[in-house]
Unconditional design. Structure first.
Length: 385
């Protein structure tokens, strides 16, 4: 039995990044940047007003000033701020020469020909100097960054509209089991709906990868080997058939190849795991079939293999935890609200609806059988990232 942390370390780098290529910004969301990106000029590119108001000299206010110009955002000022004068500016306006501070319109009577400024101004107030975000030639994003919405804004603002990125890894998802029917079909007696395949397709997509539905396989080794290799992929993920049962098809098919390792991991849920490579060299993860185990395994091991782990946060237990297995890391399904983790039903690996109500996994480390209420615990969020 292998410690959970060891298995996570073993899976690092299992799926190499795809060769870099350039894509448009509209396709870049969620991809891994393959280049360092530098600013071409300073950002913001020119000194601008942070408020709707008046550009003034500090020593002139408070006073009644002559308004010598008006600068809508996007236009170049023609007037200059001289002694006893002000220029009306908008948020984002290029500031006229001579500006020492901007007085917000709220500190004035809002006049047009003349303006009464009622407050003192401090030098540099309410203006955004050129380069105050970043200087020209500065590193704005490093290779390896995941392109979130805010980083796409950075790329756009420096003019990098076709960034070099690693394309999404293609993940082929195959479920196994003679007892399964596709979702929507009526299960016969002793049959079960295949919930793992749609769940994993969603979880793969949520991890920033491209999911390919590889279909459902019977417990027949011949058909499984054909399905595993039929579609080009960067990672193949199977569910079911990796444990000690008599008809464990993934094990029966892949153990003889010698390139896939079948292990027991000291964790609950998700103890039996398989990982390695298919004959053509494609990386493979064989996840257990129990619905909770399959999803938890993907969140930990699928994401580790892709190099896209969930963040780990901290929360406090609303209630005590008891009866956690001493020799395993337990991952409890809980609902975390405002930093407090609330219990989420039982620990059985088939309790799918309880998992549906949870939004996080709470980690009870190996060696720990109980945790008092209010204990701080590590939490792996299951949504929103
Ligand atoms: P296995 O790992 O193949 O022994 O399956 C363990 C348990 O998970 C059994 O109760 C299976 O019926 C169930 N199971 C396996 N695959 C799926 C699936 N794709 N969807 C839902 N339940 C499954
Ligand atoms: Mg099975």
């Amino acid at each position: 039995v292998k410690p959970l942390t060891q298995h996570l370390a073993d899976l690092a780098g299992l799926v190499p990044l795809r060769p870099a290529q350039r894509v448009g910004l509209e396709e870049a969301h969620g991809l891994v940047l393959a280049q360092d990106v530098y600013s071409r000029g300073p950002l913001p590119p020119f000194a601008s007003s942070a408020m709707d108001g008046y550009a003034v000299r500090v020593s002139d206010v408070p006073a009644r000033l002559t308004v010598v110009g008006d600068v809508p955002a996007g236009s170049v000022p023609t007037a200059v701020v001289g002694p006893g004068t002000a220029v009306r500016v908008m948020t984002g306006s290029l500031l006229p020469e001579g500006t020492e501070a901007v007085v917000p319109v709220e500190h004035t009577d809002g006049g047009m020909g003349h303006v009464v400024v009622t407050e003192l101004a401090v030098g540099g107030a309410y203006l955004r100097p050129a380069g105050s975000d970043v200087a020209a030639g500065a590193l704005v994003l490093s290779a390896g960054s995941v392109l979130t919405a805010s980083r796409i804004a950075v790329l756009a603002s420096v003019g990098e509209v076709t960034p070099l990125v690693h394309p999404r890894p293609r993940v082929l998802v195959i479920s196994t089991g003679d007892e399964l029917v596709d979702a929507g079909a009526e299960p016969g007696p002793a049959q079960l709906v295949d919930s793992n395949r749609p769940a994993l397709i969603a979880a793969v997509t949520e991890a920033g990868a491209e999911a390919i539905d590889g279909g459902r396989c019977s417990d027949s080794p011949e058909s499984l080997l054909a399905m595993l290799t039929a579609t080009p992929a960067d990672l193949v993920v199977t569910t079911g058939g990796v444990s000690m049962g008599a008809y464990d098809v993934v094990k029966a098919t892949l153990l003889p190849l010698g390139t896939v390792t079948f292990e027991r991991i000291a964790m609950q849920p998700g103890m039996p795991q398989a990982w390695g490579h298919l004959p053509g060299g494609t990386p493979l993860l064989g996840l257990p079939g129990n619905p909770v185990s399959a999803l938890v395994s993907w969140e930990l091991f699928g994401r580790a293999a892709l190099g896209r782990p969930r963040p780990q946060l901290r929360a406090q237990l609303a209630e005590a935890v008891t009866g956690s297995p001493k020799d395993k890391t337990q991952l409890l399904r809980m609902t975390v609200v405002d930093g407090v983790a609330h219990p989420g039903g039982g620990t059985g690996s088939h309790l799918l609806v309880a998992l549906g109500h949870a939004n996080a996994l709470v980690v009870v480390p190996e060696g720990q059988t109980e945790l008092a209420a209010d204990s701080w615990v590590t939490v792996i969020p299951l949504e929103g990232c």
